[in-house]
Design a protein. Sequence first.
Length: 563
Amino acid sequence: MSTNVSFDIRHRSRSLTEGPERAAARAYLHGIGYSAEDLAKPIVGVAHSWIETMPCNFNNRVLAAKVKEGIRAAGGTPMELNTIAISDGITMGTAGMRASLVSRELIADSIELVASAHQFDALVTISGCDKTIPGTVMALARLNIPGLMLYGGSIRPGHFKGVEVTIQQVFEAVGQFAAGKITEDELHELEEAASPGAGACGGQFTANTMAMAFEALGISPAGSSMVPAEDGRKLDVARQCGELVMDVLKRGQRPSDVITKPGLANAIAAVATSGGSTNAVLHLLAVAREMDVPLTIDEFEEVSERTPLLCDLQPGGRYVATELYEAGGVPLVLARLKEAGILNADAETVTGATIGEVADEGRETAGQKVVRPLSDPIKPTGGFAILRGNVAPDGCVVKLSGHERRQHTGPARVFDGEEDAMAAVLAGKIEAGDVVVIRGEGPAGGPGMREMLAVTAAIVGEGLSEEVALITDGRFSGATRGFMVAHVAPEAVHGGPIAALRTGDELTIDVDAGRLDVALSDAEIAERAGSYEQPPRADEHVDVAIQKYAKLVGSAAQGAVTR
């Protein structure tokens, strides 16, 4: 473990608060309640993204108050700060979804700026919805000061017609309604039941995937992530995080001690064994980039190929995050990975224990069915794969959990943008065997790399999920299921081969061969892609913040980070 006995626990704040020349700074702080004694202690930032636009982050302020209690009890002075959040689920299928991935960079930027300018000695970040989770960890990586991330927790499931439901069922019900399978009254009844309180989406969608990944990485405390948002034990976890960060500070442990190549491999394995969101590829690449850890998209394939799919979680399986918590939580998943010989057991965690020691403490609830034994995996390999080929020379990600298909050949149905594709799906114009192609939705071309849950869920809702495939240079929600390929790189606007595709071209997705190909010559692909011009969108106005992002963002194959 990283322990630096000579580490100055006020290694940064002294420059802000000590000496006669800092009298004015102290005067400002005295005016809002900080005493001289407070300012003689380490200053610890508590960053979160509480907001009233969604349930995911709605408990962040309450958790922040408990974190601050823990910091004070352990001898520190907390300073709270707030940043933004964008709801993927609420903006899904609209121009507002462009802001989602952009917000990840802005969250990291804003926390970095405040923590740097105000010289915090340590930092606790609290996250909730999808982009706040990697955004806060990216900030920790950039700052590299003692710190940790606390996930706000998952929402409990709703109940509809006697069964548990999540927001996934609402998105899929839109397609069912369009196909005449349910009534409008049933759709309204479902929407009023599916999201019954605070917390992030209940399945192993992007939020819970990233929360699990960062607990496996060790930057979140062991056992903290899967405690549900509205469970009273979450408040205890928050206070413990406040106390823990002071221990991390005293040990002089930095994020660079935790966010390492072995730690990132553990995070990838957790995603693979849980059937998690394909967005994890994007976000873990971004965190590695911020920490200057070399990590390539192909290494995700290597880890997934040797990791069995063990967690029976939605969207591909039956259970939700609250049930995983009751089964044993992330420590149980880590125990399975260690038993399989996959876990890098010596990797450090913020608790002071190695990840192997955390796995050894994992406890399994008798009779639980959420996490399978190694002797009975759902599949022998993980829940995603990385493909290349003449359509995706820089790589793409295919989701494998929730269906059995590993190969599909069919005619392309090409759409320049999500809205046209959605209209075609709802109008019943997509046929069995088709490969729906949605391009112009990449990081720069979107701009913002919108998720495609509205389209993919409508395809499932119409009963076509076993007969239709979809590829895009955009992203999928963690709630997406079916034979879907995302993050196709290079993207269309940068001349990627996806720009060359035309309706009727024969496309083949072959997981076993690791390829995504179109039946065209290299010369024809180059000629078509070279003449491609992205059509104007119906919503021509693009926010200035998103325009800036489009000019700075890199490829999805490198995490879509801005530089």
